[in-house]
Ligand binder design. Structure first.
Ligand code: NAD
Length: 434
């Protein structure tokens, strides 16, 4: 029996949406992109071309798209954080179901408004919590559902953002100011981790949150002796500094899609041109201790759940190696794993074993075949789109399914953790008080 593929429009043809939309190219029988909303002409044209569409399928705003009525089943909304709500509301009111990037909103009020508009229009929104789909976290969730750990008493998650990632996204880059991007560091980076904690403890709602954190390192009074205002202009320690713009963006070619965004299309630009740009104009040529960043560079969150269980999340940035780790401790055993190694182990008490406990190791082969899908975020990106397409085509929700209702608690904890940090107090968490 042949089915027509589900149709979708790209809203915001940036890095994330374009990546998700690749699913349509790989599975044309299941998903088809039929329109692109993007104000930047070169990005709009490129996305149209990739999906074999002509200019008439391109729009510069959601208002322009929605004025035509409903042209597709779904929208992939990969706009920046502060545009998620203003762009999603017209889409919902026009009848689109949405795959929406995280953080789904930049405030609790906005989040609740989105939920209400979605319900009123009887639409579905899936949030791009790609890590739920990564085989590593998916397998851990399975172990919990299978009861391997018993009753969970505590969950500890850590996210270490490497020095090169941190400086490129959160110090020099577009997530470096909450007043501009809409999100602080915790929501921009760790709404995934908070969501994972809520997912692992699903059915046991969070009731209170506390949090501490500050900007300790990426500030002018911590600048090393000899540093200047720009790496290639007036810095005498550029050759030994790990944050050297020349080393990161020209020699090691890291984070190009952030660093060269203001000179797109940049593939044909010479190294000489790039070095000159870093020296004079590019925000990515700035000294990391003398930028306009105003967000924390480390933050810890402590959560209490309804049954008394506790959870902690630590965001620490500027580390040598970026990684995520998780430790879940339950009445029957504990599970510890490092996402970036795709491995975890379960330890269970056993008085007869040599160390008085047993260890079982699990190695998730991310590059291996998992329904034929691999790729970014430990294999999560494309599995998320596959789940969205399947659900919108009438399939059953998977255990990873990140419906808007399901994503509320993680975001709520994040928003309230920020209140707790700013007020130096413990803040209750309840949907009734939103
Ligand atoms: N799920 C994840 O793990 C993950 C990872 C990175 C980023 N993100 C999130 O994805 C989102 C997008 O990030 P990105 O790096 O792809 O951003 P991006 O800047 O590359 O893409 C956003 C695009 O939206 C376009 N745009 C601006 N105004 C618009 C409007 N009114 N209507 C339609 N399009 C508009 C911009 O021109 C741009 O091309 C952010 O919210 C970010 O936090 C999620």
């Amino acid at each position: 029996m042949s089915h027509k593929p589900l149709t979708g429009v790209i809203v915001g043809a940036g890095h994330r949406s374009v990546r998700y939309a690749e699913y349509a190219l790989e599975h044309p029988d299941k998903f088809k992109i039929v329109g692109v909303v993007e104000p930047r002409e070169h990005r709009r044209k490129k996305a149209l071309e990739i999906h074999g569409l002509d200019d008439s399928a391109g729009y510069t705003s959601v208002e322009e798209l929605c004025a035509k009525g409903k042209l597709a089943d779904t929208a992939i909304n990969g706009t920046m954080d502060q545009l998620h709500i203003p762009t999603s509301i017209p889409l919902l009111e026009t009848g689109y179901d949405i795959l929406l990037e995280k953080p789904l909103a930049i405030s609790e009020d906005e989040m609740m408004r989105l939920l209400s508009v979605m319900r009123k229009n009887k639409r579905t929104i899936l949030i791009c919590h790609v890590l739920r789909y990564a085989p590593f976290y998916h397998a851990i969730r399975r172990k919990i559902l299978d009861g391997r750990l018993g009753t969970i008493m505590n969950i500890q998650t850590n996210e270490h953002v490497s020095y090169h990632h941190e400086s490129s996204a959160f110090v020099r880059g577009k997530w470096n100011r909450q007043d501009v991007c809409g999100s602080g560091h915790l929501m921009a980076k760790c709404c995934h981790d908070l969501d994972l904690i809520m997912w692992m403890l699903s059915g046991n709602p969070p009731v209170a949150v506390g949090s501490f954190g500050s900007r300790m390192f990426f500030r002018e009074d911590k600048a090393p002796k000899g540093s200047g205002t720009r790496c290639l202009l007036d810095c005498s320690i550029e050759r030994e500094c790990p944050y050297s713009a020349k080393k990161l963006y020209v020699e090691n070619k890291l984070w190009g899609y952030y660093a060269w965004e203001d000179i797109e299309p940049y593939d044909d630009k010479s190294d000489e041109f790039r070095l000159e740009h870093l020296k004079k104009d590019s925000p990515f040529g700035r000294c990391v201790w003398r930028c306009d960043n105003n967000i924390v560079d480390h933050q810890s969150v402590l959560i209490r759940f309804a049954d008394g269980a506790t959870g902690t999340h630590n965001l620490v940035t500027g580390t040598a190696r970026g990684l995520r780790s998780i430790h879940i401790l339950g009445s029957k055993g504990d599970l510890y794993g490092v996402f970036d190694e795709s491995r975890f182990e379960i330890r269970t008490p056993n008085p007869s074993a040599p160390d008085h406990y047993e260890r079982e190791e699990f190695d998730l082969n991310v590059t291996g075949d998992f329904h034929g899908l691999d790729g970014g975020h430990g294999g999560g990106d494309m599995r998320l789109v596959a789940d969205f397409v399947d659900l919108m085509s009438g399939g059953k929700p998977s255990i990873s399914c990140t419906s808007l209702e399901d994503s509320i608690y993680g975001h709520l904890v994040g928003f309230r953790a920020e209140v707790a940090r700013e007020r130096n107090t413990v803040v209750p968490v309840s949907l009734e008080t939103t």
